[in-house]
Ligand binder design. Sequence first.
Ligand SMILES: [Zn+2]
Length: 273
Amino acid sequence: MFYDSSWLAICAGKPHHRARRSFAPLLMRTQCDHGSESDLPHLARRDFFKLAGAMALGLGVSARSEAAEVNTSSKLDNVLTPEAALERLLRGNDRYVSGKMKRHDFISERPALALGQNPFAGILGCADSRVGPEYAFDAGRGDLFVCRVAGNFADDETIASFEYAVSVLGTPLILVLGHSGCGAVKAAINAVRHGEEFPGHIPSLIKALRPAVKAAQDQPGDPLDNTIKQNVVINVEKLKTARPILSKAVEQRKLKIVGGTYSLETGRVALLA
Ligand SMILES: [Zn+2]
């Protein structure tokens, strides 16, 4: 474990978490065996205890004590490798783009989700009202851990939020998601390159986006598109190198951090190389 006890105190679902992370490989096998996308609450009670017992035996510990820690509220399908999590995210975007979204049953999952969460992906997205991650990836509640701010950049609080998602909730993937026509990036370009002044607290956004504007200013092509992509690249790197928690999780291959952009015109998310 690479998180300290201060995290444990603030995590409502923590008593279950340690067991769930340790059991991840077995949970994944079981998911494949079942070959469905059902959630743990839908697993037959008999199967669930059989699973918990098998997991406990695999770890050489008491079935009784460990079974009591398994998070019965978590979504079984959300226990994924980073690669599988990315694949699932992109499949969800395919459904969204083609208009063939799944039906999400919010009512039946509500009691279970009130007890815990295990989101399979973290999203650092823009606050723009046209870019809703749960819609864009056709995801349900409890699936995505989303941090949004105009200009989708990571500050200390954002990093701390993802540290919580990764180390406590076991989230295996973070996607930094820029989008076409981003007004925050446009404002930053106007401020940095053309000296435009903005009122209120907007200069703090400009300050955060300035490195992207500077890095993209000599690139050929469209300045706005270039800066949007550059901003994603910078923030992917910032998260990857955020010591000690995120950097270590990446190093241990428990976490993948990728970048992409969302097209307002098509709804398509394109990953950046
Ligand atoms: Zn934006």
